[in-house]
Write a protein of this length. Structure first.
Length: 351
């Protein structure tokens, strides 16, 4: 039996990790043992017992309680604590997800102890090295043993960096998760949205921390007054809007932050999506919803190439134009697999 230490640090990573964790504790329980480690990178008061129970997510075996801080401080503390766990547990493999500081800290700690590293969501690139996430994902890929890529594009990105060994195109675990939770939580009593609407999210620092970009986004959305927008507003974004003296008009229904299951319901019921989130771009594609992305680059270039996603940056005219001419392509290829990525990953590790 192989022992796997899984390191996660943010709420979305728990949802991704749960895909494989449920399999390890169920169908693959005779082949794998997992120690689930939460670095505590993102303190989230919603991550209570009810979160793990409702989301059917295994609770962490170890919580390092690192908390917030500068990138260097956080990553350094994680590296020290994860190393202690690895020395104590002596696993056969360390598994990390995505591109957070927890991802690079876990991979680096294992690599220095000569423990094989499996990186789920390998090969993603925004080609913007100013993004901490881009730095984390590139460094993690280059010290990983198993590189589990969600798309053909990700495989090609690794090939361009001369990463050929241990590369596997497995599909996307977020598709597995979205299908699982969509069926589990499609009916939610917490939401009250019945009209045709565009789902909007706005949280990325490159938009919220730049007053000119933020102003352009607000101007564009306010100009499309013949459509209803639903915007779950993060407290930090709300603060930045207030500091910039900006406000949305009445056709933008601002609601408090919501959990993953309510977000899935909104994604399933909306007409289209306006976002600056990486994950929401993908989920829009999963649910067959046209997406407009207020970023200059995207890791999910295949959604743009197939016509389901349009990049506008934070340019007011481009956003307004895209919102006024939303297009729903006729074909939606299986870019991210068929929802069995978790099984494929475990089968490869077993072999």
């Amino acid at each position: 039996m192989k022992k796997i230490v899984t390191v996660v640090g943010a709420r979305p990573q728990f949802i991704k990790a749960a895909v494989i964790s449920r399999l390890i504790r169920g169908e693959y329980s005779d082949r794998f043992e997992e120690i689930l480690v939460h670095t505590g990178q993102h303190y989230d008061e919603n991550m209570s017992d009810i979160f793990f129970r409702e989301m059917d997510i295994p609770k962490p075996d170890i919580n390092l309680e690192i908390g917030s801080g500068t990138h260097g401080k956080m990553t350094g503390r994680m590296l020290e604590k994860i190393e202690e766990v690895l020395l104590s547990e002596n696993p056969d493999l360390l598994m990390v997800y995505g591109d957070t500081n927890s991802t690079i800290a876990g991979a680096l700690a294992a690599s220095k102890l000569h423990i094989p590293v499996a990186h789920v969501e390998a090969g993603l690139r925004s080609h913007n090295m100013r993004m901490p996430e881009e730095q984390n994902r590139i460094l993690t890929d280059h010290i990983s043993t198993h590189l589990f890529c969600p798309t053909d594009t990700a495989v090609e990105n690794l090939k361009k960096e001369s990463l050929l060994d241990g590369v596997h195109r497995t599909g996307d675990v977020m598709l597995d998760a979205s299908l699982y939770y969509r069926d589990k939580f499609l009916e939610s009593e917490n939401m009250d949205v019945t009209d045709d609407f565009i789902l909007m999210t706005l949280h990325r620092a490159e938009n919220t921390d730049n007053s000119e970009r933020l102003k352009a986004i607000v101007k564009a959305v306010n100009s499309i007054d013949n459509r209803l927008f639903v915007l779950p507003l993060h407290p930090r974004t709300k603060k930045m809007l207030e500091e910039a003296g900006l406000a949305f008009e009445k056709h933008v229904k601002v609601i408090p932050p919501i959990g993953y299951k309510d977000m899935l319901r909104l994604e399933a019921e909306c007409d289209a999506v306006l976002t600056d989130s990486g994950g929401v771009q993908k989920e829009a594609y999963f649910f067959g919803k046209p997406c407009i992305t207020m970023r200059d680059q995207t890791e999910w270039v295949e959604t743009v190439e197939t016509g389901w996603n349009k990049l506008t940056g934070a340019e007011s005219d481009k956003i307004s134009s895209a919102l006024s001419s939303i297009n729903r392509p006729k074909e939606r290829p299986d870019l991210y697999g068929t929802g069995d990525s978790g099984k494929e990953i475990l089968n490869i590790i077993q072999e």
